[in-house]
Design a protein around this ligand. Structure first.
Ligand SMILES: [Fe+2]
Length: 457
């Protein structure tokens, strides 16, 4: 038996280390191959609409092979007079149509030089009204919708039934379709997007422009930024962010801000916060809605007070971004991540933990049918913001649901429809049974004094 000595121990240690490295390399490369193999989707994908503005829209689809994509379009379905085509052959197609007329319905076909892939009377889109227009607008918001099952089907059908029962003359059932993130479970793979979004929602995607927020499950693969287009250049209004992770745009009277709470720098001097300050300073729309994935106030399947929960992202969003959003007069903030529904009082200046909420931070405790939240007209700093967690379109989790910031909590599958018209914003949480289980209204009153509130005083 050899005598243990220092040189012998060193030799064994080196061999052990080498063996471990080889094992890690083999397992790691196998995992990489598995990820790449299981993530892809090369098949056909139905057309879907992105980045709508009053004068433009982006059409995307995927063909089974390399083709030069062609879109034909026009306002008369019998005569599609205009054409846009790609310059090179590809599988994943993206064509932006420009020079369109605001608030106008167009019909389209997509295909290649050899023929039409999809088209007909059911293939249409409606351009946005001009920025600042008083035209009523209707948005649909899904929260964490990345599974397709009986429950999420019921949520979709409940929304469709509600919008059919509340039609808008001369307007489509929805103007815009937003999410609060986690759009394809469990890893944001192309195949998962196909199963959770592109196949079950194909009928809706061909008519309603879709804009997803980036969630932590979307961030586990590379698909999100490959299959979606974003208004990073200010092409639909707002200050150009030059980022596909955060950006803004105008839709009629509403300025929509999308932030990335998952992968961008959430620090006080990061580029996203600096851009947000510029964007909100330039905003001239009477209404502003912001969306990001990690909620600043929640006690559902996540706890926004816990630093260790989601690596402090909820705390960072609350401490760094809420003061800027409120100073910019943002009316409504929508998040997901917590798989429940929570809706706050009209709040101002609450940037600490739940225990630090003081009565004077609740600007208005109403908000139900009988008592709308009242704010002064325009974009008055810290005049009050409603925070809603919409995270239960496809997932339902447990949680204490006792955050004092919230006025209404529901443990139900559902989604939100938002109607903005004139001086009022109405939001309806429609559950999977087709019931409006929460409705709140924010009203802007021209007669209300616009005294500027200063936080901390
Ligand atoms: Fe999440």
């Amino acid at each position: 038996m050899p005598i243990l000595s220092v040189p012998l121990l060193l030799r064994w240690s080196r061999r052990l280390l080498l063996g471990l490295l080889v094992l890690l390399a083999v397992v790691g490369s196998g995992r990489l191959v598995q990820v790449a193999w299981q993530s892809g989707y090369d098949g056909a994908r139905e057309p879907y609409l992105q980045v709508v503005s009053s004068e433009g829209i982006t059409l995307r689809w995927q063909s089974g092979g390399n083709e030069v994509g062609v879109v034909r379009y026009g306002s008369d379905p019998a005569r599609l007079e205009r054409e846009a085509r790609e310059e090179t052959a590809r599988v994943s197609h993206e064509i932006r149509l420009t020079g369109l007329t605001p608030a106008t319905r167009y019909y389209y076909t997509v295909g290649s030089g050899s023929g039409v892939y999809r088209g007909g009377p059911d293939y249409w889109f409606v351009t946005a009204p001009p920025a600042g227009s008083a035209a009523p607008v209707r948005f649909w918001v899904q929260g964490d919708p990345g599974w397709w099952h009986e429950g999420s089907r019921s949520v979709r059908d409940a929304m469709l039934q509600w919008t059919a029962a509340h039609p808008r003359p001369q307007r489509p059932p929805l103007d815009l379709w937003l999410t609060t993130g986690d759009n394809a479970y469990t890893s944001g793979k192309a195949r998962e997007f196909q199963a959770a979004l592109f196949e079950p929602y194909a009928d809706l995607l061909r008519n309603i422009p879709y804009l997803p927020v980036y969630g932590n499950h979307d961030a586990r693969r590379w698909t999100f930024f490959k299959v979606f287009s974003f208004p990073a250049a200010g092409e639909a209004g707002g200050v150009a962010s030059d980022s596909r992770r955060y950006f803004s745009f105008d839709y009629g009277s509403v300025h929509v801000v999308v932030l990335d709470s998952e992968s961008s720098n959430l620090g006080g001097y990061g580029p996203m916060l600096r851009w947000l300050q510029h964007d909100l300073a330039a905003n001239r729309q009477p209404w502003t809605i912001a969306l990001f994935h990690h909620p600043p106030y929640t006690r559902g399947s996540h706890d926004s007070d816990r630093w260790r929960d989601s690596w402090g992202r909820m705390v960072d969003m609350r401490e760094q971004f809420l003061p800027v959003l409120e100073a910019g007069g943002v009316d409504l903030v929508l998040s997901g991540h917590s798989h429940v529904y929570e809706r706050s009082h009209l709040l101002a200046c609450h940037y600490g933990s739940a225990a630090t909420l003081r009565p004077e931070m609740i600007v208005d405790g109403g908000g139900g049918n009988a008592a709308p939240y009242i704010k002064p007209a325009g974009r008055v700093p810290h005049a009050g913001t409603v925070y809603a967690v919409v995270g239960s379109t496809a997932n339902l989790d447990h949680g204490p649901l006792d955050h004092p910031a919230h006025a209404v909590v529901r443990r139900e599958l559902g989604s939100m429809v938002i109607d903005v018209a004139g001086e009022g914003l109405d939001a309806y949480f429609i559950n999977a049974y087709g019931e409006v289980s929460d409705h709140f209204r924010i009203e802007k009153s021209a007669g209300m004094p616009a005294a500027e509130r200063r936080c901390g005083e």
